[in-house]
Design a protein around this ligand. Structure first.
Ligand SMILES: Cc1cc2nc3c(=O)[nH]c(=O)nc-3n(C[C@H](O)[C@H](O)[C@H](O)COP(=O)(O)O)c2cc1C
Length: 214
């Protein structure tokens, strides 16, 4: 059985990247890992923006309180959630669905209405939080795929959202940066930090059905 555990044990959030660049095919597979991620109703209410240009990365580093990862990384992924979520989000999804599954248009009209109603029930703030949650699932896949490929990463929320949105003109596209991820490689002589995690007993509870029903 293949396991992702050794890769997860190998990875840590790198603070200082070496000058080695990520090759295009690997970069593509990282973005593909995000694209293939699960999302609520399958709506994928976010995009991934890939930043490589040094001058842009320097500006983004300033917006991230000078965190050095942005200046030294090979590439930065910006997970940008949609800010205008509503009926058209659902219509776009079902247009894709009918096209990609060769099914009859409108065959799932009732289900589409159900999703629209569920989204309408949320406040704008809840819709944004929901969209951000979906972006984080994409981030998780990227972190895993990077680790499998031996690519280092540093997920980051330590940045001024408004500044990042402005630098990348995300507002123009009805997007807002939710989380970013610096990618690249550690130096050959880097010393991995100790992994600090909850003990298993503290982290997981196996619930026996008998105890639950008692
Ligand atoms: C959502 C999120 C935001 C994070 N933001 C930052 C950040 O702004 N700067 C940073 O250096 N690390 C950041 N981290 C990295 C965490 O500190 C790190 O994942 C955690 O300490 C566990 O360590 P490890 O990833 O090295 O195993 C972030 C991680 C996550 C998941």
């Amino acid at each position: 059985m293949n396991s992702i555990i050794p890769a997860l044990q190998w990875r840590y959030s790198l603070k200082q990247f070496s000058s080695r660049s990520i090759e295009p095919s690997h970069l593509e597979s990282l973005v593909e890992a995000a694209r293939l991620s699960a999302s609520s109703y399958g709506l994928q209410p976010y995009q991934v923006w890939v930043v490589e240009e040094r001058s842009l990365l320097a500006k983004l580093a300033e917006a991230a309180y000078g965190q050095e990862q942005l200046n030294s990384c090979s590439h930065l992924l910006v997970f940008a959630n949609e800010t205008s979520i509503g009926d058209s989000t659902v219509d776009d999804y079902f247009a894709r669905y009918y096209q990609q599954t060769n099914t009859t248009a409108e065959s799932l009209a009732g289900y589409a209405e159900h999703i629209k109603a569920a989204l309408r029930d949320k406040t704008q703030q809840q819709r944004l939080a929901w969209a951000e949650q979906q972006a984080y699932l994409g981030l998780g896949s990227v972190l895993c795929q990077a680790a499998v490929l031996g690519i280092d990463s540093c997920p980051m929320t330590g940045f001024e959202q408004a500044a990042v949105n402005q630098i990348l003109s995300l507002g123009k596209h009805n997007l807002s940066a939710s989380v970013i991820c610096a990618l690249g490689y550690r130096e050959a002589d880097a010393t991995p930090p100790s992994k600090v995690r909850k003990e298993k007993a503290e982290f997981v509870h196996y619930v026996g059905s008998l105890e639950v029903t008692k």
